[in-house]
Design a protein around this ligand. Structure first.
Ligand SMILES: Cc1cc2nc3c(=O)[nH]c(=O)nc-3n(C[C@H](O)[C@H](O)[C@H](O)COP(=O)(O)OP(=O)(O)OC[C@H]3O[C@@H](n4cnc5c(N)ncnc54)[C@H](O)[C@@H]3O)c2cc1C
Length: 415
């Protein structure tokens, strides 16, 4: 029998304390908002991820004053892309985000962020606390029931930020819907011991073959962690129409075997796989007093599966609205579309092309042997084009984004 003990009132309830939720709590504290940050898990907890931090993510961490510790442990200079007989080294562009990347196991990164959030006087953290039933009044969230162990507690928030990740079980209660007709990712990661664990470049392999030697519509990655191990994984793009028929865990082992000699790899451990909604392909991301951020809002780059940076960016944007605005139903989708709409629409279109099994084998050999093209691709894959950048690649990217926006019959972005 569940015991409802007390009712807690707060300016802001944040559901989920991954990079999105913890970052939101830190920004909320800066705004002086009383904040209750809850997570169903107890930290440190694992999260299936490549653990890669591009300069865009480092830029976000720097704004929180948290980049230096992470960079001190490991700094990456850029991306090396391999496949189809070619190899291209693409240093991180010196964009507005700065030229440094990193990588850190999510058990550590997320714990570091959540502990920093919890150290703010305005923030209360409940771990092992799962948000469930919701009571509404006049269309607004009035109360949220939170199960903490055997107890059920009731929270009365003014605003709710939903940062509950890819499955977004709490978001679903609020009408969040994932459109799987749009491109989504399927991916697996592992940890492999290697003496090359502090190699200062992250690596991606675009020519991924299964155990029979057939090319698969996916890519592999090796992200050094400077802790005796690398994060090694592989991913593929999929749609309901053209599902990637790939066993990612099996493909990961074949990929690890193919890299074993070059990287002096031990056996992959902690192999785990997950799905990734991408490119804003969800609807129902806001209501009068709630907003979905990060993976819950499918804020993941369809070209590289990266979402830590977007989780942190959308956290900052959402808190700004929470502190200044009243009804988010139309405002929040509008902010997301203004911020990311053109880029995500274009990335979704390109990613869709990659779901055709013939596309990579046809274009890969040309691309990998044209260094300028690949350095530009690496910059796009690293999320490194900003509105402030005015060079030719940035201008082409933005123009193409605007050109495809609204042309196709895609599921709407964040309706
Ligand atoms: C295989 C793979 C590789 C990836 N590689 C990279 C990479 O290299 N770099 C990168 O930037 N991104 C990568 N991503 C994406 C990245 O992992 C996500 O974009 C990122 O974790 C999003 O953060 P978030 O805060 O939105 O959600 P999460 O990190 O998923 O956090 C959600 C939190 O909500 C909690 N929660 C859920 N439901 C409830 C509830 N009802 N009540 C309370 N708490 C709840 C969960 O316990 C969890 O802690 C990868 C993803 C996958 C699957």
């Amino acid at each position: 029998m569940v015991d409802v003990t007390d009712i807690v009132s707060t300016d802001l309830l944040i559901v989920g304390a991954g990079p999105g939720g913890s970052t939101a709590a830190i920004y909320a504290a800066r705004q002086g908002l009383s904040t209750l940050l809850i997570d169903a898990a107890e930290f440190p907890r694992d999260k299936t991820c490549g653990d890669g931090l591009t300069p865009r993510a480092i830029h976000q961490l720097r704004k929180l004053g948290l980049a230096d510790d992470i960079l001190r442990n490991y700094t990456s200079h850029g991306l090396k892309l391999h496949g189809f007989g070619g190899s291209v080294t693409a240093p991180w562009a010196d964009s507005a985000f700065g030229p440094e990347g990193s990588a850190m196991p999510r058990t550590e990164l997320d714990n570091y962020l959540v502990q920093h959030a919890a150290s703010q006087p305005e923030v209360t953290l409940w771990q092992g606390a799962e948000a469930g039933e919701i009571q509404f009044a006049n269309g607004q969230i009035e109360q949220v029931h939170v199960r903490v162990g055997e107890q059920e507690r009731v929270v009365k928030p003014r605003v709710v930020i939903v940062a509950d990740g890819v499955r977004s079980t709490f978001g679903k209660r609020l009408g969040r819907e994932w459109h799987r007709g749009e491109v989504y990712g399927i991916a697996a990661r592992s940890y492999c011991p290697t003496p090359l664990h502090d190699e200062p470049w992250i690596h991606s392999h675009l020519e991924l073959r299964d155990s029979s030697g057939a090319i698969q519509p996916g890519y592999g990655w090796i992200f050094p962690l400077a802790n005796g191990r690398v994060n090694l994984g592989c991913g593929a793009l999929s749609t309901d129409e053209r599902p990637a028929r790939i066993n990612t865990k099996k493909l990961l082992r074949t990929y690890a075997d193919s890299m074993r000699d070059e990287w002096k790899l031990g056996e992959p451990t902690e192999v785990a796989s997950a799905l990734l909604p991408m490119g804003g392909a969800v609807s129902g991301v806001a209501g009068p007093n709630w907003m979905l951020i990060g993976d819950a809002a499918a804020c993941v780059n369809p070209l590289n599966g990266e979402g830590i940076d977007y989780g942190m960016e959308t956290a900052e944007l959402a808190v700004e609205l929470a502190a200044t605005s009243k009804d988010f139903s139309l405002l929040w989708p509008h902010v997301l579309r203004t911020q990311y709409g053109d880029t995500f629409q274009l990335a979704r279109t390109l990613a869709r092309a990659l779901t055709y099994p013939q596309f990579l084998p046809m274009t890969g050999p040309l691309g990998l042997n044209t260094p300028l093209l690949m350095r530009s691709a690496a910059r796009l894959m690293g999320n490194l084009v900003t509105e402030e950048d005015n060079d030719i690649v940035a201008r082409l990217w933005r123009t193409a984004g605007r050109a495809v926006a609204g042309r196709r019959g895609d599921a709407p972005l964040w309706s």
